[in-house]
Design a protein around this ligand. Structure first.
Ligand SMILES: NC(=O)c1ccc[n+]([C@@H]2O[C@H](COP(=O)([O-])OP(=O)(O)OC[C@H]3O[C@@H](n4cnc5c(N)ncnc54)[C@H](O)[C@@H]3O)[C@@H](O)[C@H]2O)c1
Length: 263
């Protein structure tokens, strides 16, 4: 049997009941990690855990709203109790409401910042002391190309939140490098997930299918990304193969943001 890159590493993945979080959790479990799936919906989480365990791999579900610091802290303590450590944190949970700035309420703006920035903050704060103590840790913040690299109409709050995640990633990487902790951001382009499909309507598309197809055709590699592909990148970023990478923002988008013109 091939050596597993993450054997017995304990990995928390937030927003892991579907989409990219599910992909990263499955990829890490496949490399031998004990995966702890955080999200708000127990039923969906348990379905994911069942799938992972069905392959003889390790997973547990914990119902956690990342915006509630008390829930995050309680869950982190539970992980320490059950497994003795946290080696990996993947901050993936986010929301992406699409509204023009002139129609964006303070409530929608604040809700976006609360999940996408404060949620990341809460999770890091809960696990960082343990990582510092053990002088080992890998943190991935799932950012976006939207905000740090490019943007689109309707995305002011989302882009602002992801830009903030980039700043947080770089600064934290500097502060914790001395403890052997790597902090990196993944900037996905377009992946076919419920979040991506949710922007079809606000962008004027009647059909989600057509929106997804046309979006894929405009990407240089000719299609949207898959959850397996984000999983592969996440495994790389938390494995020994990337130990000299920290504070980086890795774009995974099939070459989309580098295009001057779409042909
Ligand atoms: N899909 C894309 O094309 C794309 C592009 C760029 C960036 N991203 C980023 O990738 C990440 C995953 O996105 P996705 O497309 O899989 O989205 P998704 O909506 O399919 O999944 C997001 C997950 O986060 C969970 N979540 C939301 N609020 C939460 C909260 N308060 N507490 C706990 N969990 C919560 C949701 O329940 C869901 O499981 C996000 O950070 C997103 O910004 C996605």
């Amino acid at each position: 049997m091939e050596k597993q890159a993450l054997k017995d590493r304990v990995a928390i993945i937030t927003g892991a009941s579907g989409g990219l979080g599910e992909g990263m959790a499955k990829a890490m479990a496949g490399e031998g990690a004990i995966t702890v799936l955080f999200s708000r919906n127990l039923e969906r989480l348990e379905a994911r855990v069942k799938e992972i365990k069905g392959r003889g791999q390790k997973a547990v579900a914990m119902v956690v709203d990342v915006t509630a610091a008390d829930q995050v802290n309680r869950a982190a303590r539970e992980v320490l109790k059950q497994f003795g450590k946290v080696d990996i944190l993947v901050n993936n949970a986010a929301i992406a409401p699409s509204r023009l700035f002139t129609e964006m309420s303070d409530e929608v703006r604040d809700a976006t910042i609360k999940v996408n920035l404060n949620g990341v903050w809460n999770c890091i704060r809960a696990v960082l002391p343990g990582m510092i103590k053990q002088k080992y840790g890998k943190i991935i913040n799932v950012s976006s190309v939207t905000g740090p690299k490019v943007s689109g109409k309707g995305m002011t709050a989302y882009a602002a939140s992801k830009g903030a995640v980039s700043g947080l990633t770089k600064t934290l990487a500097l502060e914790v490098a001395q403890y052997g902790i790597n902090v990196n951001a993944i900037c996905p382009g377009s992946f076919d997930t419920p979040m991506l499909r949710s922007v079809a309507g606000p962008r004027g598309w009647d059909s989600e299918e057509e929106f997804v197809r046309e979006l894929g055709e405009g990407v240089p590699l000719g299609r949207l990304g898959t959850t397996d592909e984000i999983g592969d990148l996440a495994v790389f970023l938390v494995s020994a193969a990337s130990k000299y990478i920290t504070g980086a923002e890795i774009v995974i988008d099939g070459g989309n943001v580098i295009q001057e013109h779409k042909s």
